[in-house]
Design a protein around this ligand. Sequence first.
Ligand code: NAD
Length: 321
Amino acid sequence: MTKLSVAVVGVGHLGQHHARIAASAPQAVLTVVVDPDPVRGPEIAAKFGAPWVATLEEALPRVDAVQIAAPTGFHHALGLQALKAGKHVLMEKPLAATLEEGVALLAALAVARATNPGLVAQVGHLERFNPAVTALRERGFKPRFLEAVRVSPFPARSLEVDVVMDVMIHDLDLLRALVGRPVIDVEAVGVPVLTPYADLVNARLKFEGGAFATVTASRVARKKERTLRAFGDREYASLDFAAQKLELLRLVMGPDGPQVHPETASIEEGEPLRLEIEAFHAACLGLGTDGVTWDEGQEAMGVADQVQKAVARSLAEMSRV
Ligand SMILES: NC(=O)c1ccc[n+]([C@@H]2O[C@H](COP(=O)([O-])OP(=O)(O)OC[C@H]3O[C@@H](n4cnc5c(N)ncnc54)[C@H](O)[C@@H]3O)[C@@H](O)[C@H]2O)c1
């Protein structure tokens, strides 16, 4: 089998894991590592047995596909460059730093696909590949109300963006995928606590078709929690992303009347990032179709933008009283 030749672009906190996974992936070869940092780049390249280059331009002639894990502010420029060279792209989330940049990336993708219809462009919304999420989706669960919580202690990274673009966007994409309908209304409140940007946000989303969700994201929590509760018709689900655990509770008729029947789903654990990257490789080789599209990535950005605007409105109100 011909393996996919891959460059990992940006090998910081997350990109090092892209490099590790690409280097041991069954259907790909880590051909080159790209990072402008002359210490970090060669260090990670050597660790995973690939050569290092400082710029994407130097890497493009050698590869079929790029996995971009550079800071979000560079996604737009790097994505355009890769598409222009006709390469498949896995872009870390969020797709871009602004909605306008996302639109430009989608336009460039349409142009590139006019000559190369098989070009793959995916976004790294890795919770879609969490085995507990897959188990929930396989059960055909139809949620009417969802409650997502993603909170953690203060990090030393990604402080140039608010908690919506950095953290909540995972759930904004996932909730949309689980409900299967677009978001039609957004309310949100949030506050800056330790940075100039909102560090703690609570949003309420209304979906076409009537489903609702509340989403909380915080980077000023004492402990890490990443959970989802979903309520449907006579059933509800409780999901722990980190533990990859899914509990389902269903109303069943017992001998003494209706009873709630708990079931812990049996889940084969897997690293979501590995599953996402290997699905990308398979798609590039024409062997699969799984992955979050750039259109979906842009949709999540659109909802994130509405949440940010609602937070700004609530802060403006707060400062008036
Ligand atoms: N999917 C997830 O769960 C998840 C988790 C963390 C970060 N991310 C995303 O990954 C991206 C990187 O985040 P991070 O925390 O790893 O950042 P980071 O700052 O730790 O690492 C970024 C790396 O990119 C390099 N870089 C800078 N400019 C570059 C360029 N022009 N070309 C190539 N490399 C460049 C830097 O030198 C650095 O090594 C962000 O978009 C972030 O949102 C996603």
